[in-house]
Design a protein around this ligand. Structure first.
Ligand code: NAD
Length: 257
């Protein structure tokens, strides 16, 4: 069993959805956790703290590089640095390219792509000093294929996979690894909104959920935050130490088509 006792994990966007699932899995494996994300974090902190490690929350808006720098400084001050960085925070907006609001494009690129660059460049010196680290970027199947209406998201996630390859190469001779995980549909608030948007057009909600899966995900089942947490845990283990610069899909067969 992988133990992360003595390690500190920072998971961006971990007050809900996938990030929370990953934080819980890493805490269960013994890691100290720095949570990040919007909303009242007290209930989430209590949930993660039940496993006995040290838990903190930093409210950085990761669209702002200065706030990311403050979060990494907090991690160094209060936890002795970041050993495991999970870049998970992300947002979505669906519109055709010609209708895509420019400010939504800018914020998706800032949150889903540039934040990964900033948190990585700021965490790496501490990892290099300890000669151990794990960087896991939550990309998406949309880092490998496109879908209509998701120009900014698809561009950002393809960028994340490119960045992951470069960081994977630049750390290749060290005990630091950098990989991307590419989930298919996971039933989180981000995806529930897309189901609700379909239902708002008059489709039965159950049918809307089935249609969403049937269009892309052959298993017709959602990936879960716990599945993703367990994959992050594997990448943190000794057995995962030679997985470098990978884009690992976990998608119910989406990319096999
Ligand atoms: P979610 O909406 O449930 O959670 C997003 C989290 O990010 C929340 O904690 C939110 O507070 C935080 N967040 C949003 N903007 C932020 C900002 N500017 N600064 C700091 N935190 C911010 O979404 P989710 O579905 O759990 O998505 C998590 C990640 O997984 C995203 O990167 C998303 O692209 C990716 N992903 C999701 C799916 C899916 O089907 N849900 C599939 C593939 C990839």
């Amino acid at each position: 069993m992988t133990t992360l006792s003595g390690k500190t994990a920072l998971v961006t966007g971990s007050t809900s959805g996938i990030g929370l699932g990953i934080a819980l899995t890493l805490a269960k494996a013994g890691a100290n956790l720095i949570l990040n994300g919007f909303g009242d974090a007290s209930a989430v902190i209590a949930e993660v703290a039940q496993f006995g490690g040290k838990v903190g929350h930093h409210p950085a808006d990761v669209s702002d590089p200065a706030q990311i720098a403050e979060m990494i400084a907090y991690a160094e001050r209060e936890f002795g640095g970041v050993d495991i960085l999970v870049n998970n925070a992300g947002i979505q907006h669906v519109a055709a390219v010609e209708d895509f609001p420019v400010e939504r494009w800018d914020s998706i690129i800032a949150i889903n792509l540039s934040s990964v660059f900033h948190s990585t460049r700021l965490s790496l010196p501490g990892m290099r000093a300890k000669d151990w680290g794990r960087i896991v970027n939550i990309a998406s199947v949309h880092g490998q294929v496109g879908s209509t209406g998701k120009a900014a998201y698809v561009a950002a996630k393809h960028g994340v996979i490119g960045l992951t390859k470069v960081v994977g190469l630049e750390t290749a001779t060290s005990n630091i690894t950098c990989n991307a995980i590419c989930p298919g549909w996971v039933l989180t608030p981000l995806v529930q909104k897309q189901i609700d948007d379909r239902a708002a057009k008059g489709v039965d909600p159950q049918q809307a959920q089935h249609d969403l899966l049937a269009e892309k995900q052959p298993s017709l089942e959602f990936v879960t935050p716990t599945h993703l947490g367990e994959l992050v845990l594997f990448l943190c283990s000794e057995a995962g130490s030679q997985v470098r610069g990978a884009a690992w899909n976990i998608d119910g067969g989406w990319l096999a088509q």
